[in-house]
Design a protein around this ligand. Structure first.
Ligand SMILES: [Zn+2]
Length: 271
């Protein structure tokens, strides 16, 4: 990626090295480690929150752009998504409330409960924050064999996609509908929205040749069928929550090619 022309977002809350606070030990947390990445079901996070005794105030770290390399990268990608979605919303006469990105390590207290980095990056609609443990990017590269800065940016853009769903009301409409199929449609739309951002980043000259391929690689690597095959040795389509590798690639690609969020209607036809 070429992010030199991109201003870093100030909406980054750096909680690295802070712990969760409140004297909460790791032993006190019952967390089903979910093998799925890129935004687990927020409801499972809420259950986790309840298990550890309800919602406590989340401690906020000062906001700003971190100065270390990875912190800068994440802040610039976030800045790029703010710019792109700000324009999209403006075109339809609406304002895009920017989300906050929280950097943390190991575990974090979110508006959706306490989460651990094993769950992967996620978006919490209650506090409109994206939670990212940067070690996930190492996992993406090493375990999932999906290297590249644009693969990492796709992860962030996917979570921003969930924020867009919150703002447009799609997430709210899906509340109460807990079928896996609805979950898959939400996730595929977030992939498509990530593509929409990628398309715009291209027109802003922020992409290198091969960047799109990095994100598509990542989408293949974190498809439900691929993860299930690795974890259980077989594929159980009824248990998909994010979509198969082929579906994820298809919707990410659609967003990348069209650049128009209207083409991301995963709810309209058969996903
Ligand atoms: Zn997601």
């Amino acid at each position: 990626m070429q992010l030199g022309n991109q201003q870093a977002s100030g909406n980054v809350e750096d909680r690295r090295g802070m712990g969760v606070g409140g004297g909460l030990g790791v032993g006190g947390i019952v967390v089903a480690v979910i093998a799925y990445f890129l935004g687990f079901d927020p409801n499972s996070a809420i259950q986790v929150g309840e298990q550890v005794g309800g919602h406590k105030e989340t401690r906020e770290a000062p906001k700003g752009a971190p100065t270390d390399d990875m912190g800068q990268f994440v802040s610039r990608v976030l800045g790029s998504t703010e710019r792109v979605w700000g324009d999209v919303f403006k075109r339809s006469g609406r304002e895009c409330r920017a989300p906050t990105l929280v950097l943390y390590d190991r575990q974090v207290r979110s508006g959706c409960g306490v989460a651990q980095s094993a769950m992967g990056p996620f978006y919490c609609p209650n506090d409109e924050k994206l939670y990212v443990d940067l070690t996930f990017f190492r996992e993406l590269q090493q375990r999932f064999k999906a290297p590249g800065d644009f693969a990492q940016a796709y992860v962030i853009a996917h979570e921003v996609g969930h924020h867009v769903q919150k703002l447009t009301g799609t997430m709210k409409r899906m509340e109460g509908a807990h079928s896996n199929q609805d979950s898959v449609r939400l996730e595929l739309q977030a992939d498509c929205y990530a593509g929409v951002w990628g398309h715009a980043a291209g027109t802003l000259n922020q992409l290198d040749p091969g960047d799109a391929q990095e994100a598509l690689n990542a989408a293949v690597a974190i498809g439900d069928d691929r993860l299930q095959q690795q974890a259980r040795g077989r594929v159980v389509p009824e248990a998909f929550t994010h979509g198969s590798s082929a579906q994820r690639v298809q919707w990410l690609k659609r967003g990348l090619e069209s650049g128009n969020p209207r083409d991301c209607d995963t709810f309209g036809g058969s996903a």
